[in-house]
Write a protein that binds this ligand. Structure first.
Ligand SMILES: Nc1nc2c(ncn2[C@@H]2O[C@H](COP(=O)(O)OP(=O)(O)O)[C@@H](O)[C@H]2O)c(=O)[nH]1
Ligand SMILES: [Mg+2]
Length: 223
């Protein structure tokens, strides 16, 4: 029994990987820099994106977002307030986004009009690590309320990411957040990973985060 189960899983992942590869090709032909934001529920992905979209739009950048949740379009409505094109992906029970969901929700969008595509994944520190969405970078978020040990408990998510964002820095002190321990834990899973410390609520750290995204896109398309 066991080998048969493993074989089925392998096929599902391969199909996702194939589709993710073709999405990545489409993104690159169109000049779209795609980012996959992953974290537990409530870390502040939507809050960070609200601020990021509004700031980048104000600078004339062409941004768009897809956001995944099991149910509701609450997050898409929050993000659409920025004025950016936004679509909600409701997974109806599925604990992660898959490449086919991204492909079907891009229908009708002119990718030539988008330079930055933000994908907010379903809140979950386990399953999204295994599903490539065709993104250029994966960003793992960790909030000061979650405990500094989460990178050690969920290493695949942090190991498979290109950058980390520590969120809700405005309440770090009230939570007895130990910054040095959190940074050391992230680096023990992924040595040298870029780490941003932000407060979407107060705006602290937002400039460094947005500069990073813009220079990452530049490096990707004009190395
Ligand atoms: N104090 C503080 N609260 C935040 C910050 N970012 C998000 N939150 C709060 O954290 C909760 C979850 O945020 P949300 O963006 O929905 O998280 P998501 O589930 O990861 O998308 C909400 O009550 C937010 O107001 C922040 O920078 N500072
Ligand atoms: Mg959200």
């Amino acid at each position: 029994m066991t080998p048969r189960i493993l074989e089925v899983r392998k096929k599902v992942l391969n199909k996702n990987d194939e589709l993710a590869r073709s999405l990545r090709d489409r993104f690159h032909e169109a000049g779209v820099f795609a980012m996959n934001l992953v974290s537990s529920p409530g870390t502040g992905k939507t809050a960070l994106l609200q601020k990021t979209l509004a700031t980048m739009l104000a600078h004339g950048e062409r941004v768009a977002a897809l956001v995944g949740d099991l149910e509701t379009d609450n997050d898409a409505r929050r993000l659409a307030e920025s004025g950016a094109p936004v679509r909600q992906i409701q997974t109806h029970g599925c604990c992660h986004l898959e490449a086919n969901m991204i492909a079907s929700h891009l229908e009708g969008w002119d990718l030539g009009q988008i330079d930055y595509l933000f994908i907010e994944n379903v809140g979950n520190l386990v399953c999204p690590a295994s599903y490539d969405l065709g993104e250029d970078i994966r960003v793992a978020l960790l909030s000061v309320t979650e405990g500094e040990d989460k990178p050690l408990k969920y290493p695949a998510m942090f190991h498979s990411s290109d950058a980390a964002v520590i969120t809700k820095m405005d309440i770090a002190e009230a939570c007895d957040f130990n910054r040095e321990t959190a940074v050391a834990n992230i680096h023990s899973v992924r040595p040298g990973m870029r780490i941003f410390e932000v407060s979407a609520k107060k705006g602290a750290g937002m400039d460094a985060w947005i500069d990073y995204l813009m220079s990452a896109r530049k490096t990707r398309f004009h190395p």
